[in-house]
Design a protein around this ligand. Structure first.
Ligand code: AMP
Length: 146
């Protein structure tokens, strides 16, 4: 079996995400693979019941992107991932993760999985979404707080 050559770790900067990062780092070392990071700032519909939809605030978006960029840079430094292998995107997490993977020759995507049940499973988690759309292998690391 061939080793993985390029592993993409999808990060949400949550506390339990450390388990996922540790696993991706270990796999990259074992496979002597390149490790890349992706974080997606998702568009949230901001509405006000009295006044209707409020246009998405550009400054707020920029602040959010800046804060995310800082988290990504810090995590990149911790994991030894160079800047050119860190992706900060906006949009749907599952679609952007898969797009970055497709465009950069990724052969394994690593995500965390809460192993949800019932309605949440029907609605689909990020891990489910990535699994359904990805053309490469996907590792869903079961998060221990379930
Ligand atoms: P979720 O099902 O959305 O709670 O997230 C499960 C996993 O999907 C996380 O552990 C991350 O690996 C990944 N993920 C979730 N949200 C994002 C995001 N905004 N950007 C990148 N990866 C994410």
């Amino acid at each position: 079996m061939n080793n993985y050559k390029h592993i993409l770790l999808a990060v949400d900067f949550s506390e339990h995400g450390k388990q996922v990062s540790a696993k991706a780092k270990q796999l990259a070392e074992q496979n002597q693979a390149r490790l890349s990071l992706v974080h997606v700032v998702e568009n949230l519909p901001i509405t006000d019941a009295a006044y209707g939809p409020i246009p998405f605030d550009v400054d707020l978006t920029q602040e959010w992107m800046d804060a995310s960029q800082k988290h990504l840079t810090d995590l990149g430094a911790q994991l030894g991932v160079p800047e050119q292998q860190q992706w900060l995107e906006m949009g749907s997490a599952k679609l952007e993760i898969v797009r970055v993977a497709d465009e950069n020759g990724v052969d394994l995507i690593v995500v965390g999985s809460h192993g949800r049940h019932g309605l949440a499973l029907l609605l689909g988690s990020t891990a489910n979404g990535v699994l359904h759309h990805a053309k490469c292998d996907v590792l869903a690391v079961r998060l221990k707080d379930d």
